[in-house]
Design a protein around this ligand. Structure first.
Ligand SMILES: Cc1ncc(COP(=O)(O)O)c(C=O)c1O
Length: 385
């Protein structure tokens, strides 16, 4: 199993903290936004005598409300096409296990969410990267680039929209181009839409809204980021493909049921007013604008403006970002503070790529982001010196 590139520097951060240094965590997508009180209250006020297994596909009341939520955002599904999972993580895993055999190949634009590697190892499948670059702001690679990667063993494409780690928001035309490839080669399209609600420049198109590939699409969803409820461990696998659903349900039955309390929180969150996301989105947008402006103001740093999610990728004037990120925690502090970043190499599958890039998660308030950027600016001066 590959180690998580996001967590491997944790011992260095712990040591820095032991020395009394304040560490700004821009390395991990753990939002600081409060979980909606209504969701937590629903759990607090739940009244069980027996905390039973739920239905393997998830509570029907929850699935029906979730179907109404999807309907409301233009995704036309009913509750029988939704399987509640233990986080989006399990939805990705069930998708891979249900559609792919060991040895099958899956094309993924890199850099990508590093845990796809772990799920691929578990499922015995091979990830084939198609590279997107910082120069184009991590736009979807061209059809020609995708087609070069297709072999007789290719079965699926995975996209994450808006993207973790790049923050790139795919335009409808890009997705339609991708749909053509999917159709032409009869592939599955796994669409990880964990950050759907957080789009700042332009609107979100779901893969399930693309005409002509309805039977090919598996949507992987989660409440972790949407409601700042990572610990609820609630996600969903959504597809119109009955055969895939039937198979995924067998995997769901093997693990018995998704978490009961999490489903209660998820169901209650669906009653939040429509404008609930406005404030959260405005806050993330402010943070993005602050972070991107500060990064591009540091000599030698390049950061494309991400259209969604809460991540940005930046190119730093260093040769080895892994070393620099470790050095930030081990050997540097400014006014007794430092910053923790995720080296980008772990998000690429092609060896040697992303060596001078880092991913930053803007999950801290603007004051903290500014202080973290002060640290980064000073650190780069000192490191390069
Ligand atoms: C792109 C993406 N997909 C899926 C997940 C999994 O989330 P969870 O299992 O908490 O729903 C994450 C978590 O960070 C993510 O960033």
């Amino acid at each position: 199993m590959p180690a998580s590139p996001i967590r491997k520097l944790v011992p260095y951060a712990e040591n820095a903290k032991k020395k009394g240094i304040k560490v700004y965590h821009l390395n991990i997508g753990q939002p600081d936004i409060e979980t909606p009180p209504a969701a937590l209250d629903a759990v607090r006020h739940s009244d069980f005598r027996v905390l039973e297994y739920s239905h393997s596909a998830g509570n029907e009341t929850y699935r029906r409300k979730l179907a109404a939520y999807y309907e409301g955002i233009g995704i036309n599904v009913d509750h029988t096409q939704i399987l509640i999972t233990t986080g989006g993580s399990e939805a990705i895993f069930f998708g891979m296990m249900s559609c792919l055999d060991a040895g099958d190949e899956v094309i993924v634009p890199e850099p990508f969410y590093a845990n796809y590697n772990g799920f691929a190892v578990e499922a015995g499948i091979t990830i084939v990267p198609v590279t997107s670059g910082i120069d184009t702001g991590f736009a979807l690679p061209s059809i020609a680039d995708f087609e070069k990667k297709i072999t007789p063993r290719t079965r699926a494409v995975i996209i994450c929209n808006p993207n973790n780690p790049t923050g790139y928001l795919y335009r409808r035309e890009e997705l339609e181009t991708l749909a053509d490839i999917v159709k032409k080669h009869n592939l599955y399209l796994f669409s990880d839409e964990a950050y759907r609600e957080f789009c700042y420049d332009g609107s979100h198109t779901s893969a399930l809204q693309l005409p002509g590939i309805e039977q090919n699409v598996l949507l992987m969803d989660t409440i972790s980021k949407r409601y700042s409820a990572c610990g609820a461990r609630i996600g969903a696998l959504v597809t119109k493909n009955r055969q895939v659903l039937d198979t995924a349900l067998k995997f769901a039955q093997a693990r018995l049921s998704p978490p009961s309390f999490g489903q209660i929180a998820g169901e209650a969150a669906l009653d939040l007013p429509h404008d609930y996301f406005d404030a959260t989105k405005a806050e993330y947008k402010l943070r993005r604008d602050t972070l991107v402006k500060r990064l591009n103001g540091i000599p030698g740093v390049v950061c494309p403006n991400p259209g969604g999610a809460f991540y940005a990728m930046a190119k730093l004037p260093v040769k080895n970002a892994d070393h620099f990120c470790q050095w930030l925690l081990e050997s540097f502090s400014y006014e007794n503070q430092t910053v923790m970043l995720a080296p980008a190499s772990g998000f690429y599958s092609t060896p040697g790529l992303g060596m001078d890039e880092v991913r930053l998660a803007y999950v801290l308030n603007t004051d903290a982001i500014n202080k973290a950027m002060d640290c980064l600016e000073k650190a780069l001066e000192q490191y390069r010196g």
